[in-house]
Design a protein around this ligand. Structure first.
Ligand code: ASP
Ligand code: MG
Length: 417
């Protein structure tokens, strides 16, 4: 069994879906994980934001826009007026969820997940239908039933052990050898829908690969493979042919958009190689990630945006590293806020954390703990792994830098945009 994952960009239009067919045709044992089409997840986040504003009309308008987008893909794949009934049914469900939900901020993550999961439900329904009518007989798998996650909505973790039985049960009754499941989503013990974090489809595919002992996992993307830098930010980006799990996880954690950080562990556990391949050229080698590659040692440059920099100052001059340290982190954790960089002095603590809807609540709680808290929103964190003198001088003296940290292997800073 192989696992193929197709991201949103690779199925953003009818040509992409046809290309997917071309790639999977001829494979006989395959599990395909598909993300939401194009920018659908962003569009559904827009629906959710309208719900947060209690603007139902705006939410409905945004659903209609997304409907038109999918409809035009379907019509281009088949013919004008062609309807895939289950797709329409999903849109109807989405509309009624939005109309019938009374939104409370305390349930923000739950409703977020309920809404954005439709992107993957819709994309997989379209892809499955299209493959079925074009000779690739396949079974649509509902990953809300196959993956048991914890109830940490918007950033759920999959319980792999418990999901093994479930996934196999979903596949068992089928006479098909090709399966299609949604990336990014799962189900909590209480039956609600969860999502695994933005770009989480890679993680979904890795868990499927782990459970099914796949021979390999391939991620089909709109790039040639893994680059050592984001070419939009750092010029001279180059493709890395081979990479080990460790460097990949560090890159992903620092914010590289190549692969979701949670993807690596399930693959490493079973020594499953991961290929990152260009969907425009199915014969190109792409990049390969395995356990037995020497460390990269060539510079890798990553930028993570949407950071919030908190500066905590202990009012009574008690040392932050003593008993308060743990409380700061449990406060952040209780609001599911991820910390990416920590920097401290005797009575000061800087934290670069992912942006969240709960930052203001966290600040209030930290103030109650005896800190003065300053907050700078919309900063970026830059990581240069395996930096050299040249890169240090080129990037390390930017006047926008607020915090700079270096270890023998990496240079990391937080700066304004
Ligand atoms: N559709 C989701 C997102 O855009 C998951 C994914 O693409 O992996 O974040
Ligand atoms: Mg996506």
């Amino acid at each position: 069994m192989k696992v193929y994952k197709f991201g949103g960009a690779s199925v953003k239009d009818a040509a992409g879906v046809r290309n997917l067919l071309d790639i999977v045709k001829g494979e006989d044992e395959l599990f395909i994980i598909v993300s939401a089409m194009g920018k659908t997840t962003n569009a559904l986040e827009g629906v959710f934001e309208a719900m947060q504003l209690s603007d139902t009309a705006l939410a409905m308008q945004r659903i209609d826009d997304s409907f038109s987008y999918h409809k035009s893909i379907i019509e281009e794949l088949y013919n004008e007026g062609f309807v895939i009934e289950p797709v329409n049914a999903l849109f109807d469900q989405l509309r009624s969820t939005v109309q019938n939900t009374i939104y409370h901020k305390s349930d923000a993550e739950l409703w977020y997940d309920t809404i954005v999961a439709y992107g993957e439900l819709i994309s997989t329904t379209i892809v499955s239908h299209f493959l079925n009518v074009n000779g690739v007989k396949n079974e649509w798998v509902d990953m809300r039933r196959a993956f048991l996650t914890n109830a940490r909505h918007k950033d759920a973790n999959v319980n792999i052990e418990a999901s093994e039985l479930r996934l196999k049960r979903e596949m068992e009754g089928s006479d098909k050898r090709v399966f299609i499941g949604q990336g990014f989503i799962g189900g909590a013990p209480d039956g609600t829908t969860t999502t695994l974090g933005r770009e989480g489809s890679d993680y979904s595919a890795a868990i499927v690969a782990n459970i099914l002992d796949a021979e390999s996992m391939s991620v089909w993307k709109d790039v040639d493979g893994i680059l050592n830098a984001d070419p939009k930010i750092f010029p001279d980006a180059r493709k890395i042919e081979r990479l080990n799990y460790m460097d990949t996880i560090e890159m992903a954690y620092s914010g590289a958009q190549i692969i979701h950080p949670k993807t690596i562990k399930p693959l490493q556990q079973k020594s499953i190689p991961l290929y990152v391949r260009p969907f425009g050229d199915k014969l190109a080698p792409g990049s390969i990630i395995t356990g037995d590659v020497e460390r990269a040692y060539e510079p890798i440059m990553i930028q993570k945006s949407n950071q919030v920099l908190l500066r905590l100052h202990s009012r009574d001059l008690s040392f932050v590293l003593e008993e308060k340290f743990g409380r700061v982190f449990s406060t952040l954790e209780s609001h599911r806020i991820k910390t990416n960089l920590v920097h401290n002095s005797a009575v000061e603590l800087y934290l670069s954390v992912d942006s969240s809807w709960h930052i203001d609540e966290v600040i209030a709680e930290l103030e109650a703990e005896g800190f003065d808290v300053e907050c700078r929103r919309d900063v970026v964190m830059v990581t240069i792994r395996y930096y050299n003198d040249d890169l240090y001088h080129r990037y390390g003296f930017d006047e926008r830098i607020i915090i700079k940290q270096s270890t023998p292997h990496s240079l990391r800073f937080v700066r304004t945009k």
